[in-house]
Design a protein. Structure first.
Length: 228
């Protein structure tokens, strides 16, 4: 009978782990979003000018690329911790542009005749907070978060509603997919001031599993001692 509290604790922790797996909340208030972050966080501004096209379809802190228009991209131009990528095709379709209501550069992709024009944001390490600014150029963008437990959650991000910041906090985020679902406009996506980091520590499912395992072992040892 003394073993039952450990079993109850294990069941309760399992339920809590399931409740936290693969979920995030959305805010349109950048100040509140940044206030929720714990420790250092990254804000990628994409520089002060334009560089396009990004012919490789991949952009990260190691990118070295001479472009046809604007400044060359050098290692260190993009802050570490994340890789931005998108399918490529004919024409200018993956760019660091300037203007469009943004201050300095912003990252965008054009329809370019491809049927699925979306931006993948892949983090080197999982984060629990991710946000970005957008504008009317991109229209309605769908934002799909992929969590470390392989579940996903999709939101609509439309600057047409007058909202220009979209911030997500919750479970550990492995990657994000951003794009215009219609994909027939000039821009498939347009993002700036990409922000990512950690919120207050929330145990991941793996952590819960370790705790549960420890409780079960402790319970077994206690039961054996009482039976001896």
């Amino acid at each position: 009978m003394k073993f039952l509290p450990f079993v109850a604790s294990a069941i309760a922790l399992t339920a809590t782990a399931n409740a936290h797996a693969g979920s995030a909340t959305l805010t349109n208030d950048r100040a509140a979003f940044e206030a929720s972050l714990v420790g250092p966080f990254t804000v990628e501004t994409f520089g002060d000018s334009y560089s396009f096209p990004i012919s490789t379809g991949v952009l990260n802190s190691t990118t070295e690329l001479v472009v046809s228009n604007g400044a060359a991209i050098h290692a260190g131009s993009i802050k570490p911790g994340v890789t931005y990528s998108t399918p490529i095709g004919d024409g200018f379709f993956f760019n660091i542009d300037a203007g469009g209501g943004f201050t300095g550069g912003f990252l965008d992709g054009f329809y370019g005749g491809l049927s699925d024009r979306k931006l993948t944001v892949k983090f080197d390490q999982p984060v629990t907070a991710f946000g970005f600014d957008t504008n009317l150029l991109a229209g309605v963008q769908q934002v799909t978060l992929k969590f470390t437990d392989n579940t996903t959650q999709t939101f609509d991000a439309s600057a047409g509603s007058g909202l220009t910041f979209f911030g997500f906090t919750g479970s550990a985020i492995d990657s994000v997919l951003i794009g215009n679902p219609a994909n027939q406009g000039t821009f498939a996506f347009a993002v700036d001031n990409v922000t990512f980091g950690k919120t207050s520590a929330v145990p991941e499912p793996e952590s819960y599993a370790m705790v549960i395992g420890g409780l079960l072992v402790a319970g077994t040892l206690l039961r054996r001692r009482r039976q001896a």
